[in-house]
Design a protein around this ligand. Structure first.
Ligand code: SF4
Length: 117
């Protein structure tokens, strides 16, 4: 099978073609660097995504704090991860880089605060 992808590993957005059978990647073309090759292979075998959202803050100046995943998580877990994030609540003050949800859904990935106004 053949699949056309747009690489999201950097803003250039190279068009990549992946030939594969099942979860076996046969060839990757169109990428202009190794990151594109890695992105394409991961996208076929186990697609992952970073998540950015907000978590409620109690007792702070602002009602929410921006958060993100510390690393990409499997695409299939995005909805469950969002449920965890939406259910979370943190007490002020919150520090940049503070772990808000450790090891979310057993992925080994943390949900961390990204920006404090
Ligand atoms: S293949 Fe490399 S240069 Fe092209 S979009 Fe992906 S990371 Fe950027």
């Amino acid at each position: 099978m053949k699949r056309e992808l747009t690489c999201v590993a950097c803003p250039l957005g190279c068009s990549i073609t992946v030939e594969y059978e099942g979860t076996e990647v046969i060839s990757v073309t169109g990428n202009t660097c190794k990151r594109g090759d890695a992105y394409a292979r991961t996208e076929i075998v186990n697609p992952t995504r970073n998540i950015a959202s907000t978590v409620k803050v109690v007792g702070g100046v602002h009602p929410v704090v921006p958060v993100k995943t510390s690393a990409p998580i499997p695409k299939t877990m995005i909805f469950d991860c969002m449920k965890e994030i939406n259910a979370a609540c943190v007490n002020a003050p919150v520090a940049i880089g503070q772990v808000i949800i450790p090891n979310v859904l057993g992925t080994g990935v943390d949900i961390v605060a990204t920006n404090i106004d």
